[in-house]
Design a protein around this ligand. Structure first.
Ligand SMILES: [Zn+2]
Length: 335
């Protein structure tokens, strides 16, 4: 900063005197147009299976997904991020790329009934693998290894099957090396060169994902994800991950989790200037819900302030389980 006025000539409080003045000089705003709502689909009809640690979040059957997505869309939420919970899991994650898989069928339904809604699909294998890891596992005496390159084919196939079904964007979350390129090449080869990729570029191995595993039913049966997700202390490496994904063809890059990683959101946005997404993950949501249920915090104020902080740090898109509430609050003008 080159110049700052000095007291008493400069009094910052002058511009804080009224709501109208404060709004006039407000630097960062929340807007429903920036929100993405994650949704979890499982087979069946009229299924709304609540998630204990995430009040207001459900596993939904496709008909209920349509209802939920319609409601969100009417509130002004422009996009959903779809996760699938298959009936069967195996060692090849067949359900992930099945032409009539749960995600593929739901995408078809959504794009038919609600064509205006942007449907982004999460591309990963963990929900479809019997072992719950994001890639192909090789067992040996020294333990289990997650194989990188053979996994890329399955991820590319999964992404292509989502787009074939009508997905507007794919979002690979696996953290295998080279997966954005593999997906980009597959989509281009299949005639989908216009379909964007939002990569989970800097995704950390995080305790903030705890409640998500209940909803996505994707807890690893052995080991953890630290051989592919990032170490929480590594910022420089996160920037290299983002650079790689951009070189491989990512159109939007994501930092996940969000609130504890605002420094990275800021650095990614500043350094690359690419559209940047922040994923406010399950525990970020659960902690607010739990404290609010006890009357310890103001749920609305805290949710909005958290998301505003992500925006201020540099996030363009906000992926949040609270998207519908936030859109409603913004609409009511109580934000
Ligand atoms: Zn995964």
């Amino acid at each position: 900063m080159n110049f700052v006025g000095q007291f008493p000539a400069y009094r910052p409080r002058r511009l804080r005197q009224s709501a109208a003045l404060r709004r006039l000089v407000s630097e960062t705003q929340l807007n429903a147009a920036q929100l993405v709502l994650p949704l979890f689909v499982r087979s069946g009809r009229k299924v709304r299976r609540p998630i204990q640690a995430m009040p207001g979040v459900f596993q939904l059957s496709p008909d209920e997904i349509l209802r939920e997505a319609t409601r969100a869309h009417h509130l002004g939420v422009p996009a959903i991020l779809l996760f699938g919970i298959p009936d069967k899991k195996d060692a090849k994650a067949s359900g992930a790329y099945a032409a009539k898989g749960i995600v593929q069928e739901t995408v078809r339904l959504l794009k038919k009934e609600l064509p205006q809604l942007l449907v982004i699909t999460d591309v990963c294998l963990c929900e479809y693998m019997e072992h719950g890891h994001c890639g192909i596992v090789q067992q040996s005496k020294s333990g289990a290894k997650i194989l990188n390159d053979p996994t890329l084919k399955l991820l590319a196939r999964t992404a292509a099957s989502h787009v074939e079904a009508g997905a507007d964007m794919v979002a690979p979350s696996d953290m295998m090396d080279g997966r954005v390129r593999a997906i980009r090449e597959q989509l281009d080869a299949d005639g989908f060169s216009e379909t964007p990729i939002m990569s989970y570029a800097a995704k950390f191995a995080s305790a903030f994902y705890g409640p998500f595993r209940e909803v996505a039913e994707s807890t690893p049966k052995f080991g953890d994800r630290r051989s592919y997700q990032m170490d929480a202390g590594n910022a420089e490496e996160a920037l290299r991950e983002v650079a790689l994904d951009i070189q491989e063809g990512a159109d939007i890059v994501m930092v996940k989790p969000a609130l504890a990683y605002l420094d990275l959101i800021h650095r990614v946005k500043t350094q690359f200037g690419y559209p940047t997404a922040a994923y406010a993950v399950s525990a970020e949501y659960s902690m607010i819900k739990a404290a609010a249920a006890r009357g310890w915090i103001d749920e609305r104020a805290l949710t909005l302030e958290s998301l505003l902080a992500m925006r201020r740090a540099g996030a363009d898109l906000l992926i949040t389980y609270a998207a519908q509430d936030v859109a409603r609050w913004l609409k009511e003008g109580t934000a």
